[in-house]
Structure formats: C-alpha cells, structure tokens
Design a protein around this ligand. Structure first.
Ligand SMILES: Nc1ncnc2c1ncn2[C@@H]1O[C@H](COP(=O)(O)OP(=O)(O)OP(=O)(O)O)[C@@H](O)[C@H]1O
Ligand SMILES: [Mg+2]
Length: 417
C-alpha cells in the first residue's frame, strides 16, 4: 500500500467481546471499514479490567485478527472506555476581549478554552473529553464560531467528561501491553452515538442507549451536542444470569434460550402457550415455562430501563427529546425490546445499527459493532488520523493540550458546517 493511504484503528473493549476495526480514509475523503477482528473478552467485567493479563490476551487476539484480514499493521489505536466511574460536569468560563475593535481572535478563543479546561477536579480523576456546548458573546447565546466577531466578553459552556484515572489507566495499560499505543480515548456512549444517530436526531433531541453485555451506556443529544452521559453497570449478561437461576439451567443454555425464545413485548404474552421453548426438560408444562421466562426477562429489562429513565428524569431531559430513544448494542436484539422501552419511557423508540458507513455488511448491520464503528467515525471527525508511514512514531499520552485541540477542531471545522 502506498505511504499516503490513511488508516485509523479502533478497539472496543467490551464485556463480552473485543473488536478491532481498521478504517481507511479513501481518496474522496470517505471513511471505509477495511476489516476487523473480534475475540471473546476475558478479564473484563462491567467495562472494567479485572485481570490485565487475560484482557491483554483477548485484545491481542482481536488486533491480530484485524491485521490478518486487512494486512495493515496496527501500532496505535483509539480505544473506547466505559464504566460507572464515567461522569460529567458542565463548566462556564469567560475572558474579556482587549483587541483593536474588540474583534475576537483565535488567540482569545485559545486563552478562554485553556482557562476553562482547568476544571477543578481531584487528581484521582482524568478528563476524557472537553466538549464545547456553546459560545456566548456579550450575553448572546448559541454562538458557533466566535472568531472574527466583535465583543467585550467571550464566554464558553463546556461539558467535561471524566473518569477515575486508575481505572482508565488499566484500560490503557492492557492495550499497551499488547504493543499498541493509545492514540486517544473515547467514551463508548459517544462512540456509539457517532455510529448510529442521525444529524437530525442529534439536533432535535434524542437519547442513545447502548445495551451491551455488562453495561448500558447512555448519551443525550440536544442542539447537535452531547449534553448528558451515564453508564449503568448492568447489561444483557444479567438477564442471562437471571434465566439461568430462574430456570435452573446452565449459563450457555440460558444464553441460547434468551436469544431464541425470550420476548419482552406484552402482546407476546398472549401467545406464550403456542411457543415452543426448545428442549429444556425441567417442566412438562411448556406454557408455565414460557410464562416464567417472560416474567424473569421482562422484570429485569423493565428494571434496567426504569433506572435509566430515573437518571434521565433527574436531569430533566426527558421532555427535551422529541426523537425519543435509539437503542443499540447486542442486547438491543432482545425481542420485544422496542415496544417495552416505548411503554416505559412513553417516547418513540427505534433500534440502531451503524448508519451511513461503508464496510463489511456483517459489521454495518449488527448493533454489536456500533461502538467500534463510532470510534473510527469520531476519530476521523477529529482529523486526528495519520498516515501509515508514521507507524512506529510514539504519540504523546493525552494531555490537556490534546483535548484542547480536540474541541477546537470539532467546533471550528465540523460543527460549523
Ligand atoms: N439475539 C439476541 N437477543 C438478546 N440478547 C442478545 C442477542 N444477541 C446478543 N445479545 C446479548 O448482547 C450482549 C452483548 O452485547 P455487546 O456485544 O454489545 O456487549 P459488549 O460490548 O461486549 O459489552 P459492554 O458494552 O456492556 O461492555 C450479551 O449480553 C448477549 O447476550
Ligand atoms: Mg459494548
């Protein structure tokens, strides 16, 4: 391949599987997924590393598989981070403009952002994203690009997303142990949103739910900006566990039953006696068994959705999302989930897979790849991609300066389009 071909690698370190996706920026500036690797996750629980050696082995396996399918050597990648330690704060900051005619220069914006970036957080936390929500000039809100405008005072509202530094380091170290440098970290809720939400949904207001195996990642968008994020440390694996305990069957059997027969739609309840639940020999009465399965799964999923709703309501966002819910992640394939979520939230619901993406059909049509695809899309948007001939070059770990670059690029190059 020629030296000016540009590649991006993303690693989604999920609780049940790890995917490494390799994208290439084609000549027409379209990002195309060239190939991927997928491995079973070991050493990861609820999005957190619990055994670094096992986690590294799983990561390595998925990287090697992606390298084999694409013939591209991965030595650095964007990685997804999640876990209940991820949180956010909104921050306001302002500077006076003293230039001739009070024209705002790039240097003023730089000064403002670097001041705003000094979010008052204890050293146990690390900032992952600092996203601009809006600029304000002389009390006039909603300014997208202030450079060149005239004002006495320039203010900015930021959303700083942060997490516990030690837990983030564990993820970074498990990737580095696989001899891959971490280009940058992206929270999984943000990555999945990038993959499945449409620009119209982000503008009008929408809630993204990525229900995976060990976590449910939530992001809310309004006026094109992420305004909220949350990670519920519970996912589809808990449902499998409930089925295993409730029906006295092994976890693999419970997983199979869940995928094949579970259905949480209330309308399905009426048809339960007609459904063949397979060959589990624990109850001669199939109707009773079906009702038990329905009750176990329905109860748990309702509880999970209820917890998310409670959190979202706590921030008063529930009335600001006309586009309702978009659900992705492996557990979005649970039958009847959309009608159940609709009744819990009283909002429209659609299921989401990676949208407007070029790549292997099995990737772009499957919700388990939403985070991986989103990592590539987000990285690409930041214009942080590099050429293959730079492989081997050590990148600096993330610093405030890098974050600063991130949101400057985002706001000035992408969001003002
Ligand atoms: N057809 C299906 N019906 C119901 N659940 C399913 C189906 N297919 C997969 N799942 C569930 O999806 C979950 C895995 O989803 P996903 O691959 O998105 O998780 P992950 O990214 O590994 O984990 P996380 O993001 O929570 O760390 C598992 O709990 C699995 O049981
Ligand atoms: Mg996931």
């Amino acid at each position: 391949m020629s030296a000016n071909e540009e590649y991006i690698a993303g690693i989604d370190i999920g609780t049940t599987k790890i995917t490494t996706l390799i994208g290439k920026v084609e000549k027409n500036n379209i990002l195309k997924i060239k190939g991927y690797g997928i491995s079973h996750s070991n050493g990861i629980k609820k999005g957190l590393i619990v055994d670094i050696n096992e986690a590294t082995k799983s990561i390595l396996h998925s990287i090697e598989m992606a390298e084999r399918t694409t013939k591209v050597f991965v030595d650095s990648a964007y990685i997804g981070v999640t876990g209940k330690h991820i949180s956010f704060i909104s921050n306001w900051c302002d500077v006076n403009i003293n230039s001739p005619n009070n024209i705002i220069r790039k240097a003023d914006v730089d000064r403002l952002i670097s001041t705003a970036n000094k979010v008052n957080l204890s050293s146990q936390y690390e900032i992952i994203h600092t996203l601009i929500k809006q600029f304000v000039i002389d009390e006039e809100k909603g300014i997208i690009d202030p450079i060149g405008l005239s004002a006495n005072k320039l203010s900015v509202e930021l959303l700083a997303v942060y997490g516990t530094a030690s837990l983030i380091n564990n993820v970074v170290n498990s990737v580095r142990a696989a001899k891959v440098e971490v280009e940058d970290m992206i929270i999984e809720a943000l990555a999945s949103s990038e993959a499945v939400l449409t620009p119209e949904e982000k503008e009008s207001g929408v809630i993204l739910l990525d229900i995976g195996g060990g976590t449910t990642d939530v992001a809310i968008y309004k006026d094109k900006k992420m305004v909220f994020t949350y990670c519920l440390p519970v996912g589809g694996d808990l449902i499998t566990n409930d089925i295993s305990i409730g029906l006295n069957i092994t976890l693999p059997k419970a997983e199979e039953i869940k995928r094949k027969f579970a259905n949480v739609d209330y309308n399905f309840y009426d048809t339960l006696n007609k459904v063949n639940i397979g060959d589990i020999k624990i109850d001669s009465n199939k109707t009773t068994l079906n009702i038990r399965l329905y009750n176990i799964v329905n109860c748990r999923v309702k509880e999970m959705l209820g917890l998310v709703k409670e959190k979202v309501e706590g921030y008063s966002f529930i009335h600001e999302v006309p586009c309702g819910l978009v659900i992705t992640g492996g557990s979005s394939m649970l039958k009847g989930l959309a009608p159940l979520a609709n009744s819990v939230f009283n909002l429209p619901v659609r299921l989401g897979v990676p949208y407007d993406t070029e790549g292997p059909q099995e990737v772009i049509s499957d919700p388990i790849y939403s985070t991986g695809v989103g990592l590539l899309k987000y990285a690409y948007q930041m214009k942080n991609y590099r050429t293959l001939d730079q492989i081997g070059e050590k990148k600096e770990q993330n610093t405030f300066a890098n974050r600063f670059k991130e949101f400057i690029l985002k706001i000035l190059k992408n969001e003002s389009r």
